[in-house]
Design a protein around this ligand. Structure first.
Ligand code: SF4
Length: 334
């Protein structure tokens, strides 16, 4: 499968499309999302007035669609989902997530070059320009290095991005790939009316029509017992592709640049049906929480990554007033 797609994709005339110019995106589900598909509420990285307050950029609204990142948020902690999707509380950019966004942009743009020129030096040479572009599109990321007047920390951070880009060349050979899509926005509506959306890093299509969905992660591969959680996002995308094209992707591939691992899974239709059922159950739970205002905190080790401890009852904080009408108050409404 791998080789058939790689070899086929390397042939001129394969299913190649000019990629649209897309904004930088988020690398790892465990990290706060920097960008999300248009239309889906996502964490803000700029301070804004409280939802509904004077001068608010956008009033709070009930969620209308689901992405893998936000579905993972709800599974991790319903209150975190509320803070991100409904309250839209601001979040600070992090060095790790921003580096992931930068590396994604570099890997995407490298495919603009002719196949034979997609080398590691060429990819690394793209980093400064993509960093400039990222700072232009998201000025808040410059805050990351505001206390680094000599530029030493920035230099180390950029060197880290170079190492991740270099490692990719040990895992895949871009001279033998001709992606059908890069940074592909996908959206599908299920019969229930639930809208699923997301952005797929790369789609490879063989002349036989076999589809491979590829996602880059700048972190390390999970231990085997956590692989299922890592594959959830990929099965989500596979479900959307199946709903759109009636084609079950042949392979799902996670490329971990942090540890130099590649995790693959070949889904079957039953996998996608299970994911669909899971998402329906998740959406029902989100709907109930939206109506009752009961968004329970679920503390885990991941709280260390959460920007909202000051608003979280588990850490002695108080959530902001719930900005939506409560139509069915329940016990424990937060
Ligand atoms: S600190 Fe932990 S429990 Fe509280 S909202 Fe964040 S993830 Fe949830």
């Amino acid at each position: 499968m791998d080789s058939s797609i790689d070899e086929a994709a390397a042939q001129p005339g394969g299913a190649v499309q000019t990629p649209p110019a897309t904004p930088p995106r988020t690398p790892d589900p465990a990290m706060p999302a920097a960008t999300e598909p248009a239309g889906e509420a996502a964490p803000r990285t700029n301070p804004v007035p409280a939802a509904g307050g004077a001068g608010a950029e956008r009033s709070a609204a009930a969620p209308t669609s689901l992405s893998p990142s936000r579905a993972s948020d709800f599974m991790q902690c319903p209150l975190l989902y509320r803070f991100r999707v409904i309250d839209r509380l601001p979040e600070k950019p992090s060095e790790a997530a921003t580096r992931g966004t930068l590396v994604h942009a570099v890997l995407e743009r490298l495919f603009d070059a002719p196949a034979g020129e997609r080398t590691a030096p060429r990819a690394k040479a793209l980093i400064p320009g993509q960093w400039d572009r990222l700072r232009e599109s998201r000025p808040e990321v410059t805050e990351l290095f505001a206390d680094d007047p000599e530029g030493q920390r920035l230099a180390g951070w950029l060197a880290g991005a170079e190492r991740l880009v270099e490692r990719w060349f040990t895992l895949e050979d871009p001279t033998r790939l001709e992606p059908a899509e890069r940074e592909l926005f996908v959206e599908a509506e299920l019969e229930s009316g639930l809208r699923l959306r997301g952005i797929i890093d790369r789609v490879d299509v063989a002349p036989t029509g076999e589809v491979r969905i590829v996602d880059y992660k700048t972190g390390k591969a999970p231990r085997p017992e956590y692989a299922e959680g890592a594959l959830f996002q990929m099965k989500f995308y596979a479900l959307v592709v199946w709903r759109l094209k009636r084609v079950v992707p042949r392979r799902l591939q996670l490329v971990y640049l942090g540890s130099g691992d590649v995790l693959t899974y070949d889904p079957v239709l039953a996998d996608l049906e299970r994911v669909e059922s899971k998402l329906h159950a998740l959406w029902e739970a989100i709907g109930q929480a939206t109506e009752t205002g009961n968004w329970r905190p679920r503390p885990t080790k991941l709280c260390g990554w959460c920007d909202h401890q000051a608003h979280c009852p588990e850490f002695g904080g108080t959530p902001p007033p719930y900005p939506l009408p409560v139509t069915a108050p329940g016990p424990g409404t937060v």
